[in-house]
Design a protein. Structure first.
Length: 299
């Protein structure tokens, strides 16, 4: 059965490791959790910090190798072996601050990981105190925010009155995500909204969790609204969750969100990013859904 993966993004110093410790303290005794840390530092200080927390297994990936093409195959094999050996109920991946969440999602489509892990929940941890000091990295930060399911606004004790402006900016970038505020990443995890929940709080069993895949569609080609509707109708039978942004030929950007047959499509401010969709479901391994989407773009 497939293992749900939580991807934790956020820039250096935002509090990602503090969030992981908080998550482990909340759920580490209830289910078997494994952590993957990917940092650009050759010495994993965060791994040492996590060592004070029990009830988890850790796979360390240094020098950002998960996102270096030359080492990508090695990372995928290491992760596949790690999953086979540990057999966790849940996998949390702390990405480096520069990571592209869509790029990470594409990793799990590799043959070695297909059917073993799927991209279940996207977290973004924000440093409220220094939020307005990251202008040079704003484009990457905004992308992490826009694609997130849950945004943790951290260091509220240090941000003071800034916190209101930070939250308002985040709501404009992603009005669909749940925003939780706290200090030292201490948020109420029981209030987190999850589109798909296979391991509720207190459940120590992974029985009944289905085999799922996650797919990422990313393209610079634009589609008509009719083409998008047809594509959704095509995947709906196999797809139990769909989320992302789609650029239309009519020079509009739509946010698409669907769970089973319940879909909402909302126009949002245009971005300079390509269309990006994350799909979770039981997909035919012989069908290239990226190609199908691009075919509808050409019609």
């Amino acid at each position: 059965m497939s293992i749900p993966l939580h991807l934790v993004t956020g820039f250096l110093g935002s509090g990602k490791t503090s969030f992981l410790k908080h998550y482990l303290n909340a759920f580490g005794q209830l289910r078997k959790i494994a952590i993957v840390q990917n940092e650009f530092s050759p010495v994993n200080i965060d791994g040492r910090e996590l060592s004070t927390t029990s009830h988890y297994r850790l796979l360390e990936i240094n020098n950002g190798s998960a996102f270096c093409v030359c080492l990508l195959g090695s990372f995928i094999q290491s992760l596949a072996t790690f999953i086979e050996e540990v057999q966790p109920d849940e996998l949390l991946m702390e990405a480096s601050g520069l990571s592209d969440p869509i790029g990470v999602g594409q990793i799990f489509q590799s043959p070695q990981l297909k059917g073993k892990v799927f991209l279940h929940h996207l977290w973004c941890v924000i440093d409220a105190q220094n939020f307005d000091r990251l202008a040079a990295l704003r484009f990457r930060m905004e992308h992490q925010l826009q694609i997130a399911d849950t945004i943790v606004v951290n260091k509220t004790d240090l941000a003071g009155e800034k916190i209101h402006g930070v939250v308002e900016t985040i709501k404009k970038l992603n009005p669909f995500a749940q925003i939780l505020c706290g200090s030292f990443a201490q948020i109420d995890l029981n209030t987190v909204k999850k589109a798909l929940t296979f391991l509720p709080a207190g459940d120590q069993s992974s029985a009944g969790r289905p085999n799922l895949d996650s797919l990422v569609i990313k393209t610079t080609r634009k589609i008509t609204r009719a083409g998008l509707d047809t594509f959704i109708a095509t995947i709906k039978e196999k797809c139990i969750r769909c989320k992302g942004f789609v650029n239309l030929r009519e020079e509009k950007t739509l946010f698409v969100q669907g769970v089973f047959d319940d879909y909402s499509i909302t126009e949002v401010a245009q971005t300079n990013r390509p269309s990006e969709l994350i799909l979770i479901g039981n997909f035919n391994p012989h069908i290239n859904y990226q190609s199908i989407f691009e075919e509808y773009c050409q019609r």
